[in-house]
Every structure is written in C-alpha cells, then in structure tokens.
Design a protein around this ligand. Structure first.
Ligand code: VGL
Ligand code: ZN
Length: 254
C-alpha cells in the first residue's frame, strides 16, 4: 500500500494495485473503485467506528400478511440479519401510529387508501391502517434479529403527522432526535436498508444526506411499494443528492 498523497487536500488517493482508494477526510469513508470486467464498481470498506446500519421498519404490516404488505418485503429480513452481525452500530426504526392516525384513509370519511390528500404540511398519501401501536402489525418481523440494534427509534406517533423519515416527520420540521444521536456518537456514514425503498428508506436517506451524513442504500436489502413510479422517482432523487445506491455485495468487511 502506498503512502497517502496530497494530504490536506479534499481528496487523497492511494494506489492499491488495480484499485484506487479515494477518501474525503471528515466527510466520506473509504470507497474503493475497482474495475470488475468492463464495469467500475464502487466498494465500501467498513469502518466500525464511523459506520452505522439503519434498518427501516421491518415490521409485520409491511411484510406478507400485513396491512400494507410491501411486495416481497420478507425477503430483506435474511440479508439484514446478516448485515447487522457485521456492523458495530445498528439502529432500527419502527413505524408506530396511534389509532385514527391522520395518514390513515380510515380517518377521512369517504377517502380510500392510496388517495393523496392535502394536509397542513402538504400532500400526504392515505394508507390502510398499519403499524398501530401495540398491535401485531407494529411488531418487528418474527425472524428479524433485533439483538444487535442499539436503539429502536419509533416514529409517526403524533396523531396529526406521518413520519416516513427516521430524521424528520412529514412536516419536514419536527425532528425525531436520530440526527443528534448519531452525531453525538460520532457516526458519519449510514448504510440504509429495509422497507419501503420509495418511502421510509428514501426519506431517511435524503434527510441523512441533508444533515451531512454520507449515505449508502443497500438495494438488495430493501423492497419498494412503487406507487405511480415512485421507486424510479426515488432512485433518481437519491442519485442526484449524492446517495450511493449499491448492494451488500459491495461491502468490504473489516
Ligand atoms: C411507510 C407508508 C406509511 C414505510 C410507513 O415504512 O415506508 N410507508 N408508513
Ligand atoms: Zn406509517
């Protein structure tokens, strides 16, 4: 391994055989850009002290048999269990709504699930009742290994506001506290997985980026609801925001 060059500049590069090791001090953890056949693949070398796995909403209602089942949602449980054994820091979120939550179609007479309604804070998709506090649907999937999780962050518990993002509720102002938690712990880079890619994973990734974290979405460990092409729109916006979309095979473990 060569010595760092251009120390003090924003990016320094270390030649590593055929790979190039690129790093932005402060901001970005190590990425290795490697030529694999005719493709350039960015690999991520995990740094236990600064990396955190964020497992989003692995709850019964988003899995098979649940009230808002995400197609193939159960398929992420195995990959996420394996990931959470590798990360030194794991955070799990839990969608946690009171009965008659304003994001439920049932709270709006005449409205149907998946309609869009104008709320005080902007447009809101109306959902079937889901993840109601204390119900089976709000519990984590039975096979999800919660043991490695160091904090379970509940969101969406205010009756008037939905919360897709793990950082801010849908009014985009009310903080959940996760930003402060991660910052106080010195964590800098988020690897996000879970349900659903185009809602809670997407909003969490975008807010994480806005707060200055480096964000990597592990697509093989996510599944989407995909309403009106929302998955394609979410991916486009995440890429434009500088979020890496990759999969867990791109992780180089310590
Ligand atoms: C979610 C819709 C409503 C999600 C949560 O976890 O993506 N989607 N509540
Ligand atoms: Zn919800």
């Amino acid at each position: 391994m060569g010595a760092p060059r251009q120390e003090g500049s924003e990016i320094w590069t270390i030649p590593l055989g055929r790979a190039t090791y690129t790093r932005r001090p402060q901001e970005e953890g190590p990425r290795v850009i490697r030529q694999e056949g005719d493709r350039q693949v960015t690999r991520f070398r995990l740094e236990p002290r600064r990396d955190v796995l964020l497992a989003v909403d692995l709850q019964n209602d988003f899995c098979a048999g649940g009230a808002l089942a995400v197609p193939d949602g159960d398929a992420v449980v195995g990959p996420i269990n394996r990931l959470s054994e590798v990360f030194a820091q794991v955070v799990a979120t839990q969608d946690w709504h009171p009965l008659s939550h304003r994001s439920f179609a049932s709270a709006h007479p005449g409205a149907l699930p998946f309609e869009v309604l104008e709320m005080d804070y902007g447009q809101q998709v109306l959902w079937p009742d889901h993840c109601v506090q204390g119900t089976w649907g709000a519990e984590f999937h039975a096979d999800f290994n919660l043991k490695p999780a160091q904090i379970v962050l509940r969101k969406g518990f205010r009756p008037e506001i939905a919360s897709y993002s793990a950082f801010f509720e849908n009014d985009r102002r009310t903080a959940t506290g996760l930003g402060g938690y991660l910052t106080e712990r010195g964590l800098k880079r988020l690897f996000i997985c879970g349900l659903a890619t185009d809602f809670c994973v997407f909003y969490s990734a975008m807010d994480g980026r806005k707060l200055g974290f480096e964000v990597v979405v592990l697509e093989d460990a996510c599944r989407a609801i995909d309403l009106e092409h929302s998955l394609a729109a979410a991916k486009r916006q995440m890429l434009a925001a500088g979020i890496a979309l990759t999969d867990s095979r791109a992780l180089d473990l310590p």
